[in-house]
Design a protein around this ligand. Sequence first.
Ligand code: PDD
Length: 276
Amino acid sequence: EKIFLNGKVISGVDAAISVFDRGFLFGDGIYEVMVQLENGLFYGDAHWQRLQQNLEKIGIDYNVAEMEAYLNPLLMASNLLNKPCLIYIQVTRGVAPRKHSFPKDVRPTTMMYALPYSLPHINTKNVYAILRSDNRWLRCDIKSISLLGNVMANERAMEENAEEAVLVRDGFITEGSHTNIFFVKSGKVYTHPANQLILDGITRKIVLKLCEDLDIPVMEKAIGVDQIDGMDEAFLTGTTTQIASIAQLGDHTYHAPDTIGPVTKKLQEAFAELKK
Ligand code: PDD
């Protein structure tokens, strides 16, 4: 297994990161997940751009074009050139004696790897998602590697045999532990506005664009927990999730696990077309 680390493509077993890396000590870094299909990266530019913007948000001075240039050499070394795979990218503030404030003149730690991974044409799952309180910080727009709030919520979902934990802050649904959430009511699509309380997912943006193309009205408006029962359909979006229908959210059942709502289905089909 090959890894890109700090400007070199090396064998995974030889990859070493200092225990003084700020990613390890403080969770001080940004990550990105994207997929490559047979015909190339799926919205690769949007992912690289989000990584660059996130680094700027936390004051890490690094040009992601430097890593991007190593993607093909990494894929080649991993025998994944032009093959379906998942690409994980992480940039941390670098290695420095443990002190909260930012160190000066430190080179960011840059890492990426690729693993074989194929997306289904359409995600046919019809998931059960639990509701959990959103215990994360107030800058969920940052794709921080500090994911304690997310992993703890997701672990609870796994314990309850659910696929996802959908988070609730101050009575409103924000997003899933690793997905965005949409609702459908009377043919209209609702999702949380892209503010500091959610990650503005690339898949979220693609779905909003599909709604526009398909003349499906959209409202970027948070849905209250008390409104869940009144919605007709709900679905999750994410890079690896694509569009996943929700059969049950908390105590509310939208439909049987073998049924997919018409708007969700339409969007899933349109999304699948984008991959061709
Ligand atoms: N998760 N919200 C959160 C909190 C996420 O972690 C993610 C992505 C999304 C969806 O974003 P996108 O459509 O850009 O993948 C929303 C990644 C895939 C992960 O942590 O593995």
